[in-house]
Design a binder for this molecule. Structure first.
Ligand code: PHE
Length: 377
C-alpha cells in the first residue's frame, strides 16, 4: 500500500471537508496530524495504557474507524484517494500497535518497569506535642490528682499584680529579682482601677497611683495569686501554667521567655506541712518514687517563710521551684482575712522540670524549633 497517499493535498482536503460537514464534536484534523498524534501516544503507552490506545484509535468508535466510516460524506471524485489514505493509516497503526504490544509495552526509559503495589507505603510525617506542653500536662495531672484546678492568666500584666499585690512595692530593691520587659502604655489608658472608661473593674486594694497601672510582660505566674484570691472565696486550690518573660541575657539555663506553673492553696488551717506533703507527692509523681527532694530557706517577698525546692540529679541538687506560706499582706491585699485563712504557694520552671526528667542540658533548645531535638519526645 502506498502510504504517501495520506500526504496528497486533495485527499486531506476531502477528509477535512468531511470532518467539518459531519458536525462532530472534534475539530477537523488532517490524517497526517492524526497519524502523528497516534504514533506519539503509542510510544508513551504501556500496560493498560496500550489497550486504551487501541480503543481510542482503532476501536469500534476509535478515531481511525470514524474516519473510515465518514467516507460516504466525501465528494465522489475524492473518495477513492481518501479511502486509500485512511486504509493505509489504519494498517500502519495496527502494525505499530502489534509491534509495541509484542515488545511487551515496556515503559519509556527513565520510568520504572512496573509499580510494586506490595511495597510498604511511605509514612506521612506526624506532628507531636512540644516537650514543654507534655511536661505541663504531666504536672497538671499530678496536681489534678490532688484536687487542684487548672486556670490561666494574662501574659501582659499590670505592675500591680506582678509586683505590688505580691508585697513588692514600687522602688523596693526586691524588684531587681525580676528583670522586666515593660510595655508602652496605650494613650488614655488608666489601668485596672478605672471605672469611668467602662472597662472591666478590678479591685486595686492598695494605692492606685499611675505607677500601679503600668503594663509589663509578666515575669512570673505569681500575679495570678492575687487575681484568684480577689475573685474566689477559700478554699482555693489552683495551678496556673503559663509563659513568662524576663529581660535577661540567655545561656544554657536562662531564657528570656519560659514557662512556669504557679500553685496556690488557701483555706482554714493550712500549714507548712501541707506545703511539704503536696510538693513531695508532686515530686514522686513527676520524677519517680526514688527521687530525693531538698527544701532550703529562700526569700520571696510574697511568702513567709519561703523555701526553694531542689531535686537530686546526677549527685547534684537542681532547683526547680520557689515556694512558701502566702504572706499575710498578700492575703489581706487580695481581700482574704489572714486571721482566718492561711495558704501556701509555689512556682516552678517548666523547662527546668523537663530538663531534669529528660537530661536536657540547654534550655534554649525548647524554643529553638529544631526538629532534631523536638522529634525525640
Ligand atoms: N514567682 C517566684 C519566681 O518566679 C517563684 C515563687 C512562686 C516563689 C510562689 C514562692 C511562691 O521566682
Amino acid at each position: 500500500m502506498n502510504r504517501s497517499s495520506i500526504h496528497d493535498p486533495a485527499c486531506l482536503a476531502a477528509y477535512n471537508r468531511s470532518m467539518a460537514s459531519s458536525g462532530g464534536t472534534r475539530s477537523p484534523e488532517s490524517l497526517e496530524s492524526l497519524r502523528a498524534r497516534a504514533l506519539g501516544e503509542l510510544k508513551a503507552a504501556a500496560g493498560d495504557g496500550l489497550e486504551a490506545w487501541r480503543t481510542e484509535y482503532l476501536g469500534r468508535r476509535g478515531s481511525v474507524t470514524q474516519v473510515l466510516r465518514s467516507i460516504s460524506s466525501v465528494a465522489v471524485q475524492d473518495r477513492a484517494r481518501f479511502g486509500a489514505a485512511a486504509n493505509a493509516l489504519r494498517n500502519e497503526l495496527e502494525a505499530a500497535f502489534e509491534a509495541r504490544a509484542a515488545a511487551g509495552g515496556s515503559r519509556p526509559a527513565g520510568l520504572p518497569d512496573r509499580i510494586d503495589v506490595t511495597l510498604p507505603g511511605r509514612r506521612p510525617l506526624k506532628g507531636r506535642l512540644h516537650p514543654t506542653t507534655r511536661t505541663i500536662r504531666d504536672i497538671a495531672a499530678a496536681f489534678g490528682a490532688m484536687g487542684f484546678q487548672v486556670i490561666e492568666g494574662p501574659e501582659v500584666e499590670y505592675d500591680y499584680y506582678n509586683f505590688s499585690a505580691l508585697n513588692i512595692p514600687h522602688d523596693h530593691p526586691a524588684r531587681d529579682m525580676w528583670d522586666t520587659l515593660w510595655i508602652d502604655q496605650p494613650a488614655g489608658h488608666d489601668g485596672p482601677g478605672d471605672r469611668s472608661k467602662g472597662g472591666q473593674q478590678v479591685l486595686l486594694r492598695t494605692d492606685t497611683s499611675s505607677v500601679q497601672t503600668r503594663i509589663l510582660l509578666r515575669t512570673h505566674t505569681s500575679p495570678m495569686q492575687a487575681r484568684v484570691m480577689e475573685t474566689t472565696r477559700p478554699p482555693i486550690r489552683v495551678i496556673v501554667p503559663g509563659r513568662c518573660y524576663r529581660y535577661e541575657a540567655t545561656d544554657a539555663t536562662h531564657e528570656w521567655h519560659f514557662h512556669q506553673v504557679e500553685g496556690l492553696a488557701v483555706a482554714e488551717g493550712i500549714t507548712f506541712a501541707d506545703l511539704k506533703g503536696t510538693l513531695y507527692e508532686f515530686a514522686r509523681r513527676v520524677f519517680g518514687v526514688d527521687r530525693k527532694v531538698r527544701f532550703r530557706c529562700d526569700y520571696f517577698p510574697f511568702v513567709e517563710p519561703g523555701v526553694d525546692m531542689a531535686i537530686d540529679w546526677k549527685g547534684q541538687w537542681l532547683e526547680v521551684m520557689g515556694a512558701g506560706m502566702v504572706h499575710p499582706k498578700v492575703l489581706a491585699g487580695a481581700g482574704v482575712d489572714p486571721e482566718k485563712y492561711t495558704g501556701f504557694a509555689f512556682g516552678m520552671g517548666v523547662e527546668r522540670v523537663a530538663m531534669l526528667r529528660h537530661g536536657i542540658d540547654d534550655i534554649r533548645l525548647f524554643a529553638g524549633n529544631d526538629l532534631r531535638f523536638l522529634s525525640q519526645f
